[in-house]
Design a protein around this ligand. Structure first.
Ligand code: F6P
Length: 547
């Protein structure tokens, strides 16, 4: 098969990129008053304005051809029907089955998995009801009002960030605390504020082998026992979510307290499984169900909408355009909504752990860029921090701006200011400010010619910086589910074009392995050091500081 970069379509795109680089978006907007309406699509409550991008009809046409030639639709269909597309781990990729409300079966190894998926959803629903009603109590008869959710990566980011994003929908009477890092400060701070008699610990680990999660859970267990609980009381206060039932029961979790998950759900795609239990505890099961239904609606959209109306396809292809033809190495997410402040971190794992790869197919080293650096933070804060670089730096950093049009009851002045900043930023990035405009602004300011030229030069804003703007009526559970699924499928489309396996994560194994070897040398202070001189010196220094 011709390498991706040798195809005629790739060459066409490279040529179009050179043409586009000679043009400016402000001229396109000036000459075509319908540009905004032409490059706007709405689906699943998400209104995407992609007009402030470095695109023309010809560019889009070539990008759609690239998707066709990369067989994106065929690969998409293979994913949904449970083909073994995670080919290095020989697994299906079926996080979509977890929110499959079509009534249709989904087969893994010839068996319909939907019965067990639905059974687990019932288990979650009943459990949440028993906690919220106070029916399920601690060993001294107290209601379990404090939940400590322990997990890391996909077993932490989804639960925490989706709960945070939906604060207006929180169930009153239960508080969920999230712990991830093995740094003892975190778990200690959380436990110090709690009464063990009214605390439930939810330990989430798909593998049940993650060092941080195991250690934090052991610390929570010690805390519980030292506070007066006994081994017999553990079952009332500790539950687990895992695909490794044996390891969980060996750890001491009561079998009935284990919520199952499956190896065909990747960690960064698992919030739709029982990993989402803390979300359901935070929001109530009905709101959690809305989250899943929003994702299901986006699945249907992704499967059926033509490319030019398909939000995951459009956002994915725009990313490929900048990454592979403009040298963009990062993509910034700017949620103009305080409760979505964690969303960039969520997409960071989703995207970077999926497409941060350098092998396509079975063994071919890629000769093109793949996954970008995903970063960002809430607007308007970034405007007072890193927006300078996005406006006037030397790097091209495509941006996704997000704004709910309606927000939970608050002073409308605040929301109007938030929206005006969001829109003003996308406008400034697009149109910039020319030297002549800056020079004219400095007339009559008492500057001599040289000073006026100098200052105007430094104040010139190049513009032509691409951005998407995503608007939502409000950030409710269903819209959030659709938004997350849109980014999941964006990542899928890009991985399909680049030919990488978006569903394994071999790159994280070596660090864990070496970390365990270093731990052994730190714990056994007399053990001879046999690593490189830097690592040996670092260990020796740590030993000295902690002797
Ligand atoms: O970072 C590696 C990783 O396996 C992620 O993919 C995963 O979300 C995280 O660690 C936690 O894994 P587990 O849920 O198995 O504890």
């Amino acid at each position: 098969m011709t390498a991706l970069t040798d195809t005629p379509t790739w060459q066409t795109l490279a040529s179009l990129a050179e043409d586009v680089k000679q043009q400016h978006m402000r001229d396109w907007f000036a000459s075509d008053t319908s540009r905004a309406s032409k490059y706007q699509q709405t689906a699943c409550g998400i209104e995407l304005d992609f007009s402030k991008n470095l695109i023309t009809d010809d560019v889009l046409k070539a990008l759609f051809a690239l998707a066709d030639e990369s067989q994106v639709s065929q690969k998409r269909d293979a994913m949904f029907k449970g083909d073994i597309i995670n080919h290095t781990e020989k697994r299906a990729v079926l996080h979509t089955a977890l929110r499959n409300f079509s009534g249709e079966p989904v087969y893994v190894d010839g068996q319909d998995v939907m019965p067990e998926v639905l059974a687990c959803q019932d288990k979650i629903k009943n459990f949440v009801a028993s906690i919220h009603s106070g029916e399920r109590k601690g060993y001294t008869g107290k209601a379990l009002k404090q939940i400590v959710s322990i997990g890391i990566g996909g077993s932490f980011l989804g639960p925490k960030i989706m709960s945070e994003a939906l604060k207006p929908y929180w169930f009153d009477g239960v508080k969920v605390h999230f712990v991830a890092n093995v740094d003892g400060c975190h778990i200690q701070d959380v436990l110090a504020s709690l009464d063990h008699e009214e605390t439930l610990v939810v330990m989430s680990s798909k593998s049940f082998t993650t060092q941080e999660t195991l250690q934090n859970t052991l610390t929570a267990k010690d805390w519980f026992l030292n506070a007066g609980g006994t081994q017999q009381d553990i079952a009332k206060h500790f539950i687990a979510v895992s695909s490794n039932i044996k390891a969980a029961t060996d750890f001491g979790m009561a079998e009935d307290n284990i919520f199952p998950m499956w190896d065909w759900v990747g960690g960064r795609y698992s919030l739709w499984s029982a990993i989402g239990l803390p979300i359901a505890l935070t929001l109530g099961y009905d709101n959690y169900r809305q989250l899943l239904e929003g994702a299901f609606e986006m699945d249907e959209h992704f499967k059926t909408a033509p490319a030019e109306q398909n939000l995951p396809m459009l956002t994915a292809l725009l990313g490929v355009w900048y990454i592979n033809f403009f040298g963009a190495q990062s993509h910034v997410l700017l949620p103009y909504y305080h409760y979505l402040r964690g969303f960039p971190a969520y997409v960071q794992q989703l995207d970077m752990e999926s497409n941060g790869k350098n092998i396509s197919g079975d063994t071919a080293a890629v000769d093109y860029a793949t996954g970008p650096i995903i970063w960002g933070s809430e607007g308007t804060n970034g405007q007072h921090s890193f927006h300078q670089l996005i406006h006037q730096g030397t790097l091209l950093i495509p941006a996704d701006f997000m704004l709910p049009l309606n927000v939970p009851k608050q002073d409308n002045t605040h929301h109007a200011m938030l929206a005006s900043n969001c829109f003003g930023q996308t406008q400034a990035l697009m149109q910039g400010k020319t030297f002549d405009e800056c020079y004219a602004d400095l007339e009559g300011k008492g500057l001599d010619e040289a000073e006026q030229v100098k200052l105007a030069t430094h104040k010139t804003m190049p513009g032509n910086k691409p951005s998407n703007t995503l608007l939502f009526e409000q950030m409710d559970p269903k819209t959030l589910g659709s938004l997350v699924a849109m980014y999941e499928h964006k990542v899928f489309v890009q991985g399909a074009i680049w030919g990488v396996n978006s569903f394994d994560q071999w790159g994280v194994e070596l660090g864990k392995e070496l970390g365990n070897q270093v731990l052994d040398k730190i714990v056994n202070t007399d053990a001879a050091l046999s690593f490189d001189s830097s690592t040996n010196a670092l260990i020796a220094r740590f030993r000295q500081a902690n002797s």
